[in-house]
Write a protein that binds this ligand. Sequence first.
Ligand SMILES: [Zn+2]
Length: 228
Amino acid sequence: MRNVPSIGFSMGTDALFWKDPYQKEFEAKVISSNGREVVLDRTCFFPQGGGQVGDTGFLNDARVVDTRKDAEYNITHFLEKESAFRGGEIVKGRIDWERRYRIMKLHSAAHVVYYLMIDVFGENCKLASSGIVNEVKDITDYLTDSFDRERLAVVEKKANELITKGGEIRTWSDESKPNYRYWEIDGFPKMPCGGTHPKRLEEIGEITVRRGKKPGAGKERIEILLKD
Ligand SMILES: [Zn+2]
């Protein structure tokens, strides 16, 4: 394990969710604690970024309502209430796994839908923003000069066929930047992605792809939901 100073300055939190996105519980040392904000030497809690919301869960009996990171990848757990964690103390962490697993499935579904949007709507269809995914849905805005429900239904059908067929979802870190990550499935080019993902496409299950509220001229909003 890396050597981390006990209090204050740190070189970034050890991101356990990159090694195993399915890990739900862990033990870690408190690096700093400031009422409602706790930094640990290692964590399974994913910090908001790459369009994916931060994890929730518990540190001992204290409820974590959000997780964020800074530029050095120090991850802060935001507690619901003030709590008296001490520097150097060992705590037990547990993420809200049901919520995180839904987010992982929706995030990979959004990547699948992205490729099929380009495939079905053509090269002029581009991402207007990186999108945002929570446990309920993924929302992604596209720049597109033409749009119709029939072709969106084709995107949904093709996405569900690809997911049902199944296959490996590969994610890995850039050699020089461990927190710069990629996502890839067979048959499509790799894409940069700083989120957490399931290991197989078929884990996602059936999805719904629908049109959201129009975000502006020349743009369309696509919402993806899990059908369970
Ligand atoms: Zn992504």
